[in-house]
Design a protein around this ligand. Sequence first.
Ligand SMILES: [Fe+2]
Length: 380
Amino acid sequence: MQQRLNFNFPCPIRFGAGVIDELADHLLAQGLKHPLIVTDPVIADLDFFKDIVESLKNKNLAVDVYSEMHKNPVKSDVLKGGDFYHNSVCDCIVGIGGGVALDVARAIVLRINHHRDLFDYDDLIGGDKYVTEDVPYFVTVPTTSGTGSEVGRSAIISEDESKKKRILFAPKLMARQVFADPELTMGLPSHVTAATGMDALTHNMEAYLAKNYHPMCDGIALEGMALIAKSIEKATHHPDIQSRSDMLLGSMMGAIAFQKGLGVVHSLAHPMSSLLDTHHGLANAVNLPYGMAFNYNGFEARFDKMAEFLGVIDGDGEHVVDYLFELNQRLELPTQLRDVGVKEEHLEPLAQLAIQDFAHPNNPKPVSLDDFRSLYQKAY
Ligand SMILES: [Fe+2]
């Protein structure tokens, strides 16, 4: 071992049914009095969300709620949220929701004391070097089990006009505390549970296969796969608190593991969201078996290990791809691109976008433009 490496693990996570009850006392213990809660407009209307706001007010916290954001959030959503924080004289930020709400919350955290143009902080142009100022105390509360954004340190925000996705990234943007309460995910509809759960499974599988050296992430990814494989069907069709707990843990483990990198499946999925507005989890679910079939040769031992943790028959890696096709069917998810609105004329533009994506350079084997063409063709 001649390499010198950095291993980073995330923030404190308070986990378990009912832990959301501890949020008010946690903020008060930090000397905080006026949280800005950032959530999406759908969640802002739900009863459990109103209960959270009420519980904070009952402890004499002043609470403001910001929920103006697009489905694919844009820069102006973040700027308005930053102005709202300053005008309301808030002293901390609590993000409650799925990936979108938590990304917007995290971008507002950055915005508060950083006044350059928001996209000067874009990680892909080295913008993290400007993230030098203090940021407000930041708490995340996930309400889905998919992206694992609650334990992340980046936010994907699009340009208002072009819709081009930009990545804001800095270790300072990590939550100071996560409250992961599986009860908040109990009401998720079955199709959302299935699609977001397959996103989380994809994170664990792609992270495990990613070519960077990171045995700690490998261990987390394998156990994350096991939790999801055990509970995704139950959580989708007959949810109980145990299956919801497994899914929430499995999704956080996927997000912790993918600091190691992702791979070809995410590069197949990302263009479908930007070009056709396909749900990210759904796009991963459909592409996962095809991407894994592409990766199998040369990585048989890794597939055997995944088969063991996924509970695949005989623990034989050769059966992982069939297992994934069958899992999609059992979850009532589509198994072909044509079933999610992709048309034949989309395949070439999708391939042209996929080759530019940031995820596949970490795939265990190189992926060429022709590989993307052939993968989309097969999945179509
Ligand atoms: Fe993902």
